[in-house]
Every structure is written in structure tokens, then in C-alpha cells.
Design a protein around this ligand. Structure first.
Ligand code: GLA
Length: 463
């Protein structure tokens, strides 16, 4: 790994941040051999809540990143310092299975990235006791809990940092695959979109990502198009209450998939993507109709096991996970399967259309698909909030071609697609219609800006 290899992917601001961190690390620890890594956040243009069903998504990596400067240690300790005082210093040891901190601790995302490296390289014969620890300075500039994947930026950059100090390298696609499931470590059954976007981002391009196996096709962003991102300031903290809703959606989609798998007599169906991939031709309309004929709209796990002719304990183990990895959902509430499947399947159709529309520069069509995505997330997936709906409506009124919530939802950010000439008007309208009505200073506090598609994660050795 040489500085030349990837330094062109770093912008000037990032290089300045690296220098500041390196100076601190050199003066406090006397470290000499330093590595710097960066990993960006993402916004998803379309394909929301499809990744964990193994269905495609189309995000961009954004020009906001987490940077880590790291020095190798002679022992197996990891010493973490974050420039942000809200995130206290942490120390832990590298071992085969790193125990997590309490839920919500920022350093769990570092541990998640490390665990990914340990598991992956362990299979290649590099055991955890062969890995050196690191002293790491972290500077994250992806706004947290806003649906912009600050967690993936931290997880991916941590994995890259541990690899760098240990002289491990591999293809970017392999690294993306390695970290794809890392949020399971923190108890969220997330798909692999955020990590893939953070690792594989490409300047000026959206990424059409397929899963199982992971494949990425860059789609050039058409000239004259602007992506506006605006934070609702409604906290979408995936390690908190949003996690319960998120995991619940994963369970609902998995049950819908199995019922469809039985209805079409398919084999080994675990997620909706398994259904779609085994049927030569399909349409969301037809699959939703089949589901409606074969199951009630809402169901509980006992009823689902009866319908699927699977023992309930087995179904629970398969869908909720077993042992310490078991997730908990509120079982007093019925599981909504029909509306969830309707969202995921229609969204998949929209992603396919959106990739073509974007590639051919048909911005109005792209905008219409984004609008439809938001409506479905609101009406079928119950993932929007009144505040997000208000912001989306304002953006459209101000001339955006389309707007939608981005990320898991339940708060966080919206994105709007606008012609470059209209983007400022969209931002001003959000200030007037939305931020001005929140408590004082909201507009100054909240991220609301135009973002650009930037490059994915990389590591350099500082010389
Ligand atoms: C979160 C998850 C992703 C994805 C989105 C919704 O960002 O981390 O894997 O499921 O929500 O599309």
C-alpha cells in the first residue's frame, strides 16, 4: 500500500483532518509509522428496505467521511480516541470474539468492523492472536443518527484501519462483503447496502448494487442533476428505538418470502430475493396477489408456522436467530406481511426502472419513481413520519423532481432530486417551511445541503 495508490481519492479537507490527527498521535504516543483511512457515508437514491431481502438498491457514497489515523501497537490492545468529546475514549483487546460494550456505545461500531476482519481473515488462516492492536484517532463527519450511514462509515473505516496496521489488503469488493453483515454485531439485522456504498462508492456515480453475490454497477449521475439532502432532526438512532421497528420489518419480509416460496413450490426460500430469483418472470402485482390468496394480511409466528408446516421453534430460530443472537420483537402486535411485501416488491421494480432512467438522463422519470418510493415507504412500510412527509412535500413544491426519505426512515434525512438550477430554491423552501418552524437555530444546526457522489473507502500509509 503506498500513499500514491489512493491519495487522489482524498479531498483537501480530508488531508487537513489527517494531518491534525497525525500530529496529535505523533506527539502523544510518539508513533512513527502511521496509516490513514477514510470511509464515507451514503444516501440512498432508491431501493429502500430491499437489501435485507437480497434485492437491489441504488445509493451514492457522499462527500462526508469518517477518517481514522492509526498506529500499530506491539500488543493486542486497541486504544481509541474520538475528536468528538461526546464519544469517550475506549480500550479493548483483540480476541477471537470481541465482547460488545453496552448497547448504544459508539465504539461498538469499531468492534463490529474489527470482528468482521477477525472472522474473515480467520477463515484464511490468520488467527486473532496474530493481529496487532492499534492506537486510533477517529474523526467522523457523517452526521450521526440521520440515516446517512455514519455507522457504516465508522465500521468500514475501522475494518480498513485494522487491516492497514496489520499489512492486510484485499480487493474492495471482498472488503465490502466482509463488512456487509457487521451491523448484526450490534443487534441490527441490516442488509449490506451501507457498507457496500461506503466501500465501493465512485466519484460522480450512483451504484446499482445487487446482493448474494454482491455486484456493483456504477451509473453515471446525469449532468445538471443535484441531490439535496436535508436532516429532519428527528433522531433515527438504529441502536435505539428504530432498531425494534427495523428488525420487525426484516421478520415480516422473511415470513412473506416463505409463504410465497411455499405457494410457488420453490426451494430454500429465506428472503423475498430468493423468490424473485427463482421465478423467471414475475411482477410485484402478481406476487402480492399470490400472497394475499395464501395468507392473511397480518399474522403471528404461531399462525405462520401452521401455514408453513414448520415447527414453531424451528421457525423462530431461523427467523429471529438462536442463542445470544436472538432478536426480540413485540409479539403482541401482529406482523404485517402483505403491505411489507408490496413495498419491497414494487420498490424492486422501481429500482430497475430508476437505473435505466438515471443512466439515460431521464430525470423526471427518476423523480417520479422517487416520489412513488416515498409513498410506498409511508403507506406500505410505515417507515415515514409526519415530519418527513412535510419535508418531502415542501421539496416537491419548491420544484424538486422527486423526493423521499432516505435510509431506514423513522426520522433522519430526506433526499430530493432537483435540476441544479432549482436546488437552492429547494433548500430555501425547507428553511422557510420546515426549519423556521422548529425551535430556534434549527436551520443552522441541521445538515441541509447539496451532496455529491464521491469515492469509496481507502487506506494510505503516511510518509
Ligand atoms: C439502514 C440499513 C440498510 C438498509 C436501510 C434501508 O440504513 O443499515 O442496510 O436496510 O436501512 O434501506
Amino acid at each position: 500500500m503506498s500513499a500514491q495508490e489512493s491519495i487522489e481519492r482524498w479531498d483537501r479537507g480530508e488531508i487537513a483532518r489527517v494531518e491534525a490527527l497525525a500530529t496529535q498521535l505523533r506527539s502523544s504516543d510518539g508513533a512513527t509509522r502511521l496509516f490513514a483511512v477514510r470511509a464515507p457515508g451514503r444516501v440512498n437514491l432508491i431501493g429502500e428496505h430491499t437489501d435485507y431481502s437480497g434485492l437491489p438498491v441504488m445509493p451514492i457514497a457522499i462527500d462526508r467521511s469518517t477518517i481514522i489515523v492509526a498506529a500499530a501497537r506491539d500488543d493486542s490492545m486497541v486504544v481509541l480516541r474520538n475528536v468528538e468529546p461526546d464519544f469517550p475514549a475506549r480500550e479493548f483487546r483483540i480476541e477471537v470474539s470481541i465482547p460488545p460494550y453496552a448497547t448504544g456505545d459508539w465504539a461498538n461500531y469499531v468492534k463490529a468492523g474489527f470482528q468482521g476482519v477477525i472472522d474473515h481473515f480467520g477463515k484464511l488462516g490468520i488467527t486473532s492472536n496474530q493481529l496487532r492492536g492499534a492506537t486510533m484517532m477517529v474523526d467522523g463527519r457523517v452526521p450521526p443518527a440521520a440515516g446517512l450511514s455514519s455507522s457504516a462509515a465508522l465500521t468500514v473505516s475501522s475494518a480498513l484501519a485494522l487491516m492497514a496496521v496489520n499489512g492486510l489488503s484485499q480487493d474492495a469488493l471482498e472488503t465490502a462483503q466482509m463488512v456487509a453483515r457487521s451491523e448484526w454485531y450490534v443487534g441490527t439485522l441490516a442488509g449490506g447496502m451501507d457498507q457496500a456504498a461506503s466501500m465501493l462508492g465512485r466519484q460522480g456515480h450512483a451504484l446499482l448494487i445487487h446482493f448474494d453475490p454482491l455486484r456493483v454497477a456504477p451509473v453515471k449521475m446525469p449532468p445538471g442533476a443535484a441531490i439535496v439532502v436535508a436532516d429532519s432532526l428527528e433522531i433515527a438512532d438504529k441502536s435505539g428505538k428504530v432498531r425494534a421497528e427495523y428488525n420487525r420489518r426484516v421478520v415480516e419480509c422473511a415470513i412473506a418470502a416463505r409463504i410465497l416460496g411455499n405457494a410457488y413450490r420453490l426451494r430454500k426460500v429465506r428472503v423475498l430475493g430468493d423468490v424473485v430469483k427463482q421465478l423467471e418472470q414475475w411482477s410485484a402485482g402478481e406476487l402480492v396477489e399470490t400472497l394475499a390468496k395464501n395468507a392473511p394480511e397480518r399474522i403471528n409466528l404461531t399462525q405462520a408456522s401452521g401455514l408453513l408446516h414448520v415447527e414453531e421453534t424451528l421457525l423462530r430460530d431461523e427467523i429471529l436467530g438462536a442463542g445470544a443472537r436472538r432478536i426480540h420483537i413485540d409479539e403482541a402486535r401482529p406482523l404485517e406481511i402483505l403491505r411489507r411485501a408490496r413495498h419491497v416488491l414494487t420498490e424492486t421494480e422501481r429500482v430497475n426502472l430508476a437505473a435505466e432512467a438515471l443512466a439515460s438522463g431521464r430525470l423526471e422519470e427518476m423523480g417520479t419513481l422517487m416520489d412513488a418510493s416515498h409513498q410506498s415507504l409511508r403507506d406500505n412500510f410505515d417507515a415515514s413520519t409526519p415530519r418527513l412527509d412535510t419535508m418531502v412535500a415542501s421539496a416537491r413544491d419548491a420544484g424538486a423532481l422527486g423526493a423521499r426519505l432516505t435510509g431506514a426512515g423513522f426520522g433522519g434525512c430526506i433526499i430530493a432530486l432537483a435540476r441544479e438550477s432549482d436546488a437552492t430554491a429547494v433548500l430555501h423552501r425547507l428553511e422557510k417551511d420546515y426549519y423556521a418552524k422548529l425551535d430556534g437555530g434549527a436551520a443552522a444546526r441541521a445538515l441541509h445541503t447539496i451532496v455529491h457522489a464521491g469515492p469509496g473507502g481507502s487506506a494510505i500509509e503516511l510518509t
